[in-house]
Design a protein around this ligand. Sequence first.
Ligand SMILES: [Zn+2]
Length: 437
Amino acid sequence: MRVFITALLPVLTLTLPMIAQTNSQLDELWEKEHVTKILPSNVRHRDLKIYLDGLRSRGVKVAEAGRSVLNKEIYQIEWGNGPLRVFLWSQMHGDEPTATSALIDLFTILQKNRDADWAKRIASAMTIRAVPMLNPDGADMFLRRNTQGLDINRDAIDQRSPEALLLKKLRDDWSPQIGFNLHNQNGLTSVGSTPKQAAISFLVVYGDEPKTSNPGHERNRRLAAEMIEAIGSHIPGHIARYDDEFTPTAFGDNFSAWGTPTILIETGALQGKSEMFLVKMNFIAIAAALRALADGSERERDPGPYDNLPPNSSGRIINFIFQNASIIDPAAQGEPARGNIAVALQRRRAEFPTPGVIRRIGDTGTLAGLEEYDASEFNVAGRFELLKPGAFAELLFYKKGRTVDWAAPDLERAFPPDAIFSLGKWVKGEGVVPRKK
Ligand SMILES: [Zn+2]
């Protein structure tokens, strides 16, 4: 009899109508109804509290779940009343903020649309709990770690931080059937062997080192495929798979081991797109996953788009390359050396200037710049220090043929440069050095 019922189940589920909501409708919903207006990297704990007050005033359940080392409130949001238990958490690394804003927008939009068919179906299929900004102390300092200097994502077993203790307790008390672990990755992560930025990377996390699959893991591969399809047309070629080495002390791996199969979403960066665009990508991806869980359509989904994702790569792209510059060393005799200058931007909140650092000088090999300039007609001198790897990329550009005393004590004033690149942008003479890409 039991065999008979089990055999019948897939047939029954096929009769559930699919939720009639397209990915482009999710896009429009976010455009019309999102409430996070602060760039995520500028959001502090006090801003989160204002966002959460907004959710409460709309009737969403928001409760304090615990406190950080510095006694800041850590909150849990709850929405829906169905049997499937879905758990999400964001910003356990304080300087990884994108998904915190996406969660606020997600619950705002679910609640605003609670009488619409698609949201009703989600509410009756599942209960969703989410902890936005698990690490408020780190978030306020824009630092990865908590105030004890602990990486919460390496504290799943030792449980030395109150934030890790809380996260484990929230899981153990409720035993969610699916987890979403929401992070940001280096903006210079690239997709496979391409020079394309990995705007979003996914990983369906195994619960053990031998990578044992189970029904929850297989479901999550299908869900990841659903999410990839949902955002794929927005960012074609910019989705990758996060490194899947088992990390015995990390939360995603342990959630999976403890019985909550987890999907890791790592938001990167995308040249020319703002942080808000990536909030929208998170929203669409997560909403699409919830939709597929609610109507059961994930069971029919081919996991291929996830299985075939190219892996994350690093060391292939950099923010700026100034090609073929003549690099001035005031102490050197003779003709200046020619070479490329490769510059990476440091990570800062959007409201702060972003220093660039010279990563390579001379031969930059196969490294690709997100922006590249042809500096072959220029002598380039350091504004404050000699140009070398590790130095700040404060660059003075002089057209060749000008007579300049490179040893002049105040070079910039004595010989005003034709262009100046400072704190990651042109502050003088933009367009003078021709852009190639
Ligand atoms: Zn992280």
